[in-house]
Design a protein around this ligand. Structure first.
Ligand code: FAD
Length: 333
């Protein structure tokens, strides 16, 4: 244990490991935060046959991993996982618990917070430590019209969920070392009220959007569903993924899994092409980690144009067609 005995815990959500990187992203952020409160970064993982994931968490920044490995835990179950994590937390008193805002995490984290009688900030877009050593949980509030910094001054642990894609994972370190603490299952394991009958994996298109190096986002300025479809062709030529704003999803020009923003996906591509998007905070908060932004808009004063590295004043549909033509010409040559 570190000398002050403080811990930041990251809940290990390892399902669909290669697409779902949120645990690794949180381990990375926890490592940024830990020096601010003199804490050790720990992962907590429940399930069965977990050794591979334990190694991965250490290689990605966990200094200690608490492992509850048992056939009884092989299926993700909110009730059991929250019960066992709460019990472990009561014994170890972590300062902070971070959970990925996956479908499971969104159910698990409130259930855990209630058991621990502490607060929880959902869907944070940033985390930091303030001068008082408190976790500052930055999250959209009041329908996304405000970005609020929330702290939990008294109750412990301080808990937050964070969407996949918000932070960048630390590269895999083969030489990293960490302590593995195997936690035995208590005899009074609750009988879950919900039982998994069967499960089926859905296509992971949305995860690919979060991991894509090139994202082409389209907004209402594309004009129509037919014109919007061109973005898919452009994405195919550029080997990228298509994202969309809320009006586009509402108009059914694109599916809900393409929604980028507060109510959808957070992306961090190397290149973001933004076509006909005004740049409302509910959208830009989820794209601001892009390395390089090219925006096309007929209005040079649109917020999206101001935050772009390259701002092209043009008709979005025409610019998209021109780009497609040019790429096809280069492929033919
Ligand atoms: C609680 C809440 C949550 C929300 N969550 C999300 C979210 O997750 N994601 C999201 O995107 N939005 C979200 N919104 C909606 C958000 O506030 C904006 O309304 C939305 O992002 C605007 O989308 P847009 O840029 O496509 O459309 P508009 O704001 O209408 O902008 C269209 C842009 O296209 C430009 N344009 C028009 N014609 C052309 C043309 N021919 N060529 C080039 N440019 C053109 C215009 O100049 C304008 O800048 C949310 C809102 C609320 C209240």
């Amino acid at each position: 244990m570190n000398k002050k005995g403080k811990n930041i815990w990251v809940f290990g959500d390892y399902r669909n490991y290669f697409q779902n990187r949120v645990t690794l992203q949180l381990l990375s952020r926890a490592n940024d935060l830990a020096p601010g409160i003199g804490a050790e970064v720990c992962a907590v993982i429940l399930g069965h046959d977990l050794d591979e994931y334990v190694g991965e968490y250490i290689a990605h920044g966990a200094q200690r991993v608490y492992v509850m490995d048992h056939p009884e835990l092989k299926d993700y179950n909110v009730e059991r996982y929250a019960h066992l994590t709460a019990r472990l937390s009561a014994g170890c008193s972590p300062e902070v618990i971070l959970v990925g805002a996956t479908t499971f995490g969104r159910e698990f984290a409130p259930s855990l917070a209630k058991r621990l009688k502490t607060g929880l900030t959902a869907d944070c877009i940033d985390l930091s430590i303030n001068d008082d050593g408190l976790l500052v949980q930055t999250a959209p509030a009041f329908g996304g019209n405000l970005i609020a910094d929330i702290v939990t001054p008294d109750a412990r642990p301080q808990m937050a969920t964070v969407r996949p894609g918000t932070f960048q994972e630390i590269p895999h370190d083969y030489g990293a070392e960490g302590q593995v603490v195997r936690v035995p299952l208590p005899e009074d394991l609750p009988v879950p009220r919900v039982r998994l009958v069967s499960s089926q994996r859905l296509p992971q298109r949305a995860q690919r959007l979060e991991e894509a190096a090139i994202v082409i986002c389209g907004g209402r300025g594309m004009g129509s569903k037919t014109k919007f479809k061109k973005l898919f062709e452009l994405a195919r030529l550029m080997e990228g993924e298509v994202g969309a704003t809320r009006p586009v999803v509402h108009a059914k020009w694109a599916g809900h899994d393409a929604l980028v923003g507060q109510a959808g996906r957070h992306i961090r591509p190397k290149i973001l092409l933004s076509f006909g998007i005004s740049g409302a905070i509910q959208h830009t908060a989820a794209v601001s980690s892009a390395d390089f932004i090219i925006a096309v808009n007929k209005n040079p004063h649109a917020t999206m144009m101001k935050m772009a590295d390259v701002a092209v004043v043009a008709d979005a549909n025409q610019a998209c067609s021109a780009l497609i033509r040019e790429l096809k010409r280069r492929i033919r040559e």
